[in-house]
Design a protein around this ligand. Structure first.
Ligand SMILES: NC(=O)c1ccc[n+]([C@@H]2O[C@H](COP(=O)([O-])OP(=O)(O)OC[C@H]3O[C@@H](n4cnc5c(N)ncnc54)[C@H](O)[C@@H]3O)[C@@H](O)[C@H]2O)c1
Length: 242
């Protein structure tokens, strides 16, 4: 069977997290060499070993980390074909309980980290490439359960993706964003039990999404099947927002 990503090098941030691991596995199963990038060093090594990829330990908020890891990985692999930015955090508190430090931390990781990664990887895509950012349904409808800082940061990721798409189009680089609904990953553990319990009911399909269902969209956007898409959003949410 033909593998869709044979010969491609893909860097996945948040690659040790719930959705990240599923996408790393799917990309590797389709023939890609995957750089598994995350702040969680032990998990990075385990996931990279499982898929025969490259372990990349980094904090996406650190320009030095990002530059060192991206430049080293690109040099080792002779360039990067696709970047997937899963690294992110949530502060699930109501907006009147969020403190300024947490607000900044959410924006640092979700927005600044995504921007730093795009900025560092683009020069290593001289023959074109694909960038897949991760927004959220919350970035479209506002934060209720998800917290105001998280929702605002994901709206920023959606808009950042459009800027990246315009900036890099002349270089043959596409940039698109996936907006997941509630997906069953460790991130949901940070919500209060009653909030967590209500999540499946938000979706017309009446359930949480599986990380593998986001990985299918990552494969589509990272590969050639989406060759005429850039600056676009894929809402993968089970019908929780139409
Ligand atoms: N789970 C959901 O319902 C849901 C819905 C919409 C969007 N998202 C987004 O999807 C992405 C993946 O989330 P997930 O559900 O897999 O969560 P997760 O918590 O399982 O994974 C997030 C990963 O990001 C890593 N990370 C955090 N800070 C980092 C940093 N500074 N540098 C590098 N890595 C860092 C964590 O170590 C973790 O492995 C996030 O951007 C999240 O906001 C999640």
């Amino acid at each position: 069977m033909t593998q869709r990503m044979t010969g491609r090098t893909v860097l996945v941030t948040g690659g040790a997290g719930g959705m990240g691991v599923a996408s790393v596995r799917a990309l590797a199963a389709e023939g890609a060499h995957v750089g598994v990038a995350d702040i969680n060093a032990d998990a990075v090594r385990a996931v990279a070993e499982e898929v025969g990829g490259t372990p990349l330990v980094l904090d996406v908020t650190s320009p030095d980390d990002v530059e060192r890891v991206v430049d080293g990985f690109a040099a080792e692999r002779g360039g990067i074909h696709a970047l997937v930015n899963f690294a992110g955090i949530v502060d699930p508190r109501p907006m009147d309980e969020i403190d300024p430090e947490s607000w900044s931390r959410v924006f640092d990781i979700n927005v600044r980290g995504t921007w730093l990664m795009c900025k560092a990887v683009i020069p290593h895509m001289p023959h074109g490439g694909s960038i897949v950012n991760i927004g959220s349904r919350a970035g479209l409808v506002g934060g209720t359960t998800s917290g105001a800082s998280y929702a605002a940061s994901k709206a920023a990721v959606i808009c950042l993706t459009k800027s990246v798409a315009k900036f890099a189009a002349a270089q043959g680089i596409r940039a698109n964003v996936i907006n997941p609904g509630c997906i069953e990953t460790p991130m949901l553990d940070s919500f209060a039990p009653e909030v967590r319990a209500a999540m499946p009911g938000q979706a017309a399909l009446g359930r949480l999404g599986r990380p593998e269902e986001i990985a299918d969209s990552v494969l589509f956007l990272a590969g050639d099947e989406s060759s005429f898409m850039t600056g676009a959003q894929l809402n993968v949410n089970g019908g929780s927002h139409m």
